[in-house]
Design a protein around this ligand. Structure first.
Ligand SMILES: C[S@@+](CC[C@H](N)C(=O)[O-])C[C@H]1O[C@@H](n2cnc3c(N)ncnc32)[C@H](O)[C@@H]1O
Length: 210
């Protein structure tokens, strides 16, 4: 990458402005040891949620609510975000962020549990958007579930899809990088999906169910 390209990437990541609600959610994330999405990904989530006109969204990996607030800001006023996390402290912090963002309580459904147990209980083809930002080894199973959950024209978004620049390095063969590399290729080759790998943040893999 040229120095200019790297400078442009940093510029694009830093360009989105963040308000006090998101800054406090970030602080709570760091206090809890959670890595929240970056500002570029947050802005992209808001745009994708708004552009898709999603009414029903699922998030896997709530954390302290940074990504949830960004999604809620793009979703319409009647839309509902179902968000899943295994850690109750993270969910508590996220609820605080949702409240501070002015989102009515009935717009979010926070579910405590392992996504692998919760996702199979959600209804087929009932969701417009699925965002995945949780344990990477389970990603192939989450993607299968997401495709089942999505309506036609629904959008799948996977955070950290370039695994902090390791996916592009063929010498990187650790388990999480290998999983992300395989998932990237299988989504690319899946005839049910149209996909794009955006270089935003640590890679945002976006796919639409045809
Ligand atoms: C990277 S953080 C999510 C950050 C969040 N999306 C944000 O930007 O604010 C990953 C989250 O996934 C949760 N997690 C890890 N394994 C999980 C599992 N098996 N099921 C559900 N959540 C899980 C963790 O507790 C953590 O809160």
């Amino acid at each position: 990458m040229s120095a200019d390209k790297s400078t442009s990437w940093s510029y694009a990541e830093d360009l989105p402005a963040e308000d006090d609600v998101l800054m406090r959610a970030r602080e709570r994330s760091f206090e809890l040891g959670v890595t929240p999405i970056g500002r570029g990904v947050g802005a992209a989530l808001t745009v994708l949620a708004a552009a898709s006109k999603a009414q029903t969204a699922v998030e896997i990996g709530t954390g302290a609510g940074v990504s949830g607030v960004c999604l809620l800001r793009g979703l319409g006023p009647q839309a509902v975000l179902t968000t899943i996390d295994v850690d109750v402290e993270h969910l508590r912090a996220a609820r605080e962020a949702f409240l501070e963002s002015g989102s009515p309580a009935n717009r979010t459904r926070t579910i405590s549990g392992r996504a692998g147990d919760v996702l199979p209980r959600l209804t087929d083809a009932a969701y417009d958007l699925v965002f995945i930002d949780a344990d990477k080894p389970s990603l192939p199973g989450y993607v299968d579930q997401a495709i089942r959950l999505l309506k036609s024209s629904g959008i799948l978004i996977i955070n950290d899809a370039l695994d902090k620049d390791r996916v592009a390095n063929p010498a990187a063969r650790d388990a999480s990088t290998t999983v992300l590399r395989q998932v990237g290729r299988s989504i690319r080759d899946d005839d049910r999906l149209a996909s794009a790998m955006l270089p935003t943040g640590d890679g945002l893999l976006v796919a639409v169910k045809k």
